[in-house]
Design a binder for this molecule. Structure first.
Ligand code: EPZ
Length: 420
């Protein structure tokens, strides 16, 4: 298994190009299942997760092929020949659940392995299932699988989510696009990735209003057609590299990065002493003077994203003073804390909150993490730590960051991948 070696201490300066967003690309790829024609998606990041999604779609019979010479442009669509999403693929990637809505809408049936819990929490899919049932699907759970069926087309319904869920909003949006009648999704998630999916569905012929709000109305159509769509830039990658500039005391130009997608991250980083300004092609990020402790609480968009919590905590671990970092989305998303403490951080977890007392210096150590964002937080820690840090289990990073070590090395980091 590959590892990443980092020798800390170099300030990062230069330019990093932001890739397409993983969490936009995955649902967009499944939207390609909604048409017999071809959805051409550009700026699809080259990641383990987008490859896994390609593999899943192909085994449903959907064609997924590079379009032209650019490996980041995919042509997706065609006839669905198999309606089962097997355990072996779903267990690798929970976002596989996003085939459920498209399969039901296109074929009237789906058998999808239940994703189960994962390292960051139990992560149930009850909201996906209840919404589809409200639209007329009959759902049974059997031997670890979701068996779903509908006679004829799904029916439009008013679905009020008890809490905003990114995945459930996406699944039901895709199902509703081909349903009979009007669907209203209330208390829907508002993440930029959802608006991106809506924009793509509209380009495919869907009728959607309220895009970007928590009340989305979809008037179902009988068929969707092919379209071209560009995946939005990754706001979590943008925020992560902003933390890299800030923590090393450098200045990075993040080309493609979008201020309007960063939500509470910009405000929180600004308060902590990090300047983020818009440029004609992206964002410029630099640390002003010292970093100081500022509290953060994770919330649905436009609040502070749970996917930035670990990276922000590393920044706070070397800031002056203390901060309280509270995780409200997932119940078990502090696994980076013991690893950071092994590197000399002073972090205490009390329930949903972590008290981070800034220290002068972290020290390098062999570390590992059990999820993607925790892994990249350890890379950030390695960039400022004294001495050598080895990050193990790099496959987590490869699920969601395109060539993170190459991008950082090009800006002056002493970082390399050790194949293993
Ligand atoms: C998406 O996960 C992202 N994944 C996650 O990215 C991200 O952390 C999360 O949204 C929150 O922003 C993708 O987009 C592929 P949710 P998702 O449904 O859709 C509870 C990363 O590192 N819930 O918005 O699974 C759930 O347990 C990751 O890239 C139910 O109770 O998240 C959680 O507490 C990991 N029942 C909360 O809602 C349901 O049916 C929000 O989850 C669905 C969710």
């Amino acid at each position: 298994m590959d590892r990443i070696r980092i020798r800390g201490g170099n300030p990062l300066n230069g330019e990093i190009h932001i890739s397409g967003a993983k969490n936009a690309a995955l649902p967009l790829m499944t939207a390609g299942m909604l048409t017999d024609e071809r959805l051409v998606l550009s700026r699809v990041p080259l990641l383990a997760d987008t490859q896994t999604m390609g593999e899943l779609l192909r085994q449903h019979g959907t064609e997924v092929a590079p379009s032209g010479n650019d490996p980041r442009t995919l042509s997706i669509g065609g006839v669905i020949t198999n309606t089962e999403a097997p355990y072996d693929i779903v267990r690798k990637m929970r976002a596989s659940i996003l085939v459920l809505g498209p399969l039901l809408a296109r074929t009237g049936e789906a058998r999808v392995s239940l994703p189960g819990g994962c390292a960051i929490g139990t992560r149930p899919v009850d909201l996906h299932l209840k919404g589809l049932e409200q639209m007329g699907a009959v759902i049974e759970l059997d031997a670890g699988y979701i068996n779903a069926k509908v006679k004829g087309r799904l029916k439009g319904a008013t679905i009020v989510f008890p809490m905003p869920s990114v995945g459930a909003t996406e699944n039901l949006l895709m199902a509703a696009a081909l349903a009979d009648g009007r669907t209203v999704l209330a208390n829907a998630a508002r993440e930029p990735e959802i608006s991106d999916l809506c924009d793509c569905l509209v380009a495919m012929g869907a009728q959607i209003t309220g895009i970007g709000t928590d009340k989305i109305t979809i008037d179902g159509v009988e068929r969707l057609h092919g379209a071209e769509h560009e995946v939005i830039p990754d706001r979590i990658e943008t925020g992560t590299f902003a933390c890299a500039a800030a923590i090393t005391g450098g200045a990075l130009h993040l080309t493609g990065g979008r201020m309007d997608h960063l939500g509470a991250v910009v405000r929180t980083l600004a308060e902590a002493g990090v300047e983020i300004t818009e440029t004609p092609t992206g964002l410029m990020v630099k640390r002003l003077n010292g970093l100081h402790g500022v509290d953060a609480i994770t919330e649905p968009y436009p609040g502070f994203p749970t996917d930035m919590q670990a990276q922000y905590m590393v920044l706070m671990s070397v800031a002056e003073g203390a901060s309280l970092v509270t995780e409200t989305i997932f119940e078990n998303r502090f696994m980076h804390v013991p690893e950071l403490n092994r590197m000399g951080a002073n972090i205490n977890v009390h329930g949903k909150s972590a008290i981070v007392r800034g220290v002068k210096q972290l020290s390098g150590a062999p570390v590992m993490a059990t999820d993607l964002r925790a892994s990249v937080s350890l890379v950030l820690a390695g960039l400022v730590a004294k001495g050598e840090t080895i990050v193990n289990r790099v496959y987590h990073l490869d699920r969601g960051f395109e060539h993170v070590e190459r991008k950082l090395a090009a800006c002056g980091a002493d970082i390399e991948r050790i194949p293993g």
